[in-house]
Design a protein around this ligand. Structure first.
Ligand code: PMV
Length: 326
């Protein structure tokens, strides 16, 4: 059982996954489309060791019981597949703030899945890895792939997996990630998924989502940035309208979030192609083209409530690296 380290990027959903039709298997109510974000990475080292009496898990220097339990549960799935009982040492590190709505669980569980599977020398296809990662965290299903990705919702575990629509080098899009706070987000996506159905607008969203996915795939196919950005921004606002109208409203935005959204709208009106999207956190992803990245980052970096700016390109599928974390 070898020591394996995997590096993989988080992703940003252009069409979002919201609501589950099966809580245990993490089957989503709807399909989604995302891009991987090279620059917002998780690195995870896994080693199964006969001398361990329990899994030894450290995430960002800490061993938090809730997170450890979720990781152990996922390791159990992989141990079952391999038919072993050996415990593992796991160390994981992100290059971006965790738990702030930047999908650290997606890259985290994708990296864990790939590292544990490789460490136990299991031979799984990309589809099988995606299905396995999905059971750890929904968005990890997409992070198992690279480039421009579609998660097919599916009605069974075997049919709910992700595919890479286009590789990372297909189209150079940039994501200027605007951090307005590094504290933990208040909305747990697990509770949010459960509450989705309580919004009176949720069914209307589901009725239209197939069409939205088709439009987004067309925008990617034709490399139509204005169409992609505009669809992504409208989708983000629709997604937040579901959050806002759920029983127990979920208000994810901070004043800084709104400041960035308004600045992006103004910047676009001045001729700069840029569009925002936001998950359950308060930090804002601003999609733009490479030639405008600098101007977008400089402009948004000057806003009064902005703490820092991170920059990401379209990223690849998980890959093995030699730099182990222990
Ligand atoms: O994987 P979860 O349970 O954290 O779900 C997050 C869902 C969104 O980030 C809001 C949307 C998405 O598709 O990434």
């Amino acid at each position: 059982m070898k020591k394996v380290t995997i590096k993989t990027a988080s992703d940003i959903a252009l069409i979002k996954y919201w609501g589950k039709k099966d809580e245990i298997l993490r089957l989503p109510e709807n399909g989604s489309v995302s891009i991987k974000l090279d620059g917002l990475d998780t690195v995870t080292t896994v080693e199964f060791r006969d001398d361990l009496m329990a899994d030894d898990i450290t995430i960002e220097g800490e061993s938090n019981n809730e997170e450890t339990a979720r990781v152990t549960k996922h390791l159990d799935r992989i141990r079952n597949l391999a038919g072993v009982k050996t415990f593992a040492k796991v160390v994981s590190q992100n290059t971006f703030p965790k738990g702030t709505g930047l999908s650290s669980s997606g890259s985290g569980f994708a990296a864990l899945t790939f590292a544990a599977v490789a460490s136990l020398e299991l031979k799984l296809s990309e589809r099988e890895l995606s299905i396995l990662a999905r059971q750890g965290s929904g968005t990890a299903c997409r992070c198992a792939c690279g480039g421009f990705i579609e998660w097919l919702d599916g009605d069974t575990s075997e049919t709910s997996y992700s595919v890479s629509l286009k590789p990372a080098d297909y189209w150079d899009i940039r994501d200027v990630v605007v951090v307005v706070d590094e504290g933990k987000k208040k909305i747990s996506s697990t509770e949010g998924h459960e509450a989705a159905r309580t919004s009176p607008f949720y069914q209307a969203r589901l009725d239209r989502i197939g069409n939205k996915i088709a439009q987004m795939k067309q925008a990617i196919e034709h490399k139509n940035f204005m169409e992609l950005g505009s669809l992504a921004e409208k989708e983000a606002l629709e997604f937040h309208s579901i959050l806002l109208t759920s029983e127990i409203p979920l208000i994810a935005w901070y004043p800084g979030t709104v400041e960035v959204m308004q600045a992006v709208t103004d910047l676009r009106a001045s001729g700069v192609p840029c569009y925002f999207t936001i998950n359950t956190g308060f930090n804002v992803h601003v999609l733009t083209l490479p030639e405008y990245e600098k101007v977008v980052a400089e402009h948004l970096g000057k806003l009064s409530l902005v703490k820092k700016i991170l920059s990401a390109k379209v990223g690849p599928a998980p890959k093995e690296i030699d730099q182990h974390l222990f």
